[in-house]
Ligand binder design. Sequence first.
Ligand code: MEV
Length: 300
Amino acid sequence: MATRVLRAATAQASGKVILLGEHVVVHGQPAIVAGLGRGVRVEIEPGSAAAPHDPRVDAALRLAANLLGIADEGFALRIRGDLPIGMGLGGSAALAVAILRALAKAADLAVDPTVIAAHAHEIERLFHGTPSGVDSTAAAYGGLLWFEAGPPPRHERLRLPRDLPLVVVLSRTVHSTAVTVGSLRARAAAAPEVYRPVFAAVGELVRAARHAIEADERSRLGELMTMNHGLLRACGVSTPELDDIVDAALAAGASGAKLTGAGGGGAVIALPVGDPQPLSAALAAAGHDCFTTHLSASPG
Ligand code: MEV
């Protein structure tokens, strides 16, 4: 392991929303994911005593140093940011990518995003057991991506003809991705003949959504998102609270809504028809904690 002179460094990484395909992406189907305007920022000071953290954060820091070939001489780590944590918005992947970027900067190493994404996927295992890599890929690359889990994982930037606003609605329930993914995996293993066709059906929704996004067919995209929520609910990863938020968003005029991330709590995304303000105002007036994010138009 190379001994390098390290300096203090800061770096950040974005959270994500999964537009369609969470869970089934763990089972061989594609997902569509978008980087969020919110994220995690870390400050690393080498040689200082590490501030007390969640033990998994300390383990992530040590593993990140190890993966980058940097001697672990003790680091003080400060974490800031505006990303709600435990809400299915990719907080742990954003943290892993931000730590890797900060360590690389501290050691003056140029590290390719492919390597950052692969290392972040490895670090994500500390938090989520068997992640597909969708969250770490979104945090490492940002933008709107088509993603297929590996090995090797594959992603592609999607064409977005026009900015796409989404309203993100936070539930009051923090969730555990590892628990939700693990329990669905167990149910699917016990009845593969039941779950396989459902996962394949969601895969078809994801493929149709890609077409809707690239063809700028917004109401079709909304319809597909709501169908995806129905199948996630059928798979047992939604909750009455998330279903109520989806219903509230649709009643307030959203063209589609679904849980995003692992479910079991966390957040819902709602697709407004045009201006997101009336939708977010209606949801806020009904007592929901929400914010709007804009996915930027891109040639793909
Ligand atoms: C979590 O953001 C997305 C899941 O599909 C898990 C994963 O892909 O690792 C639920």
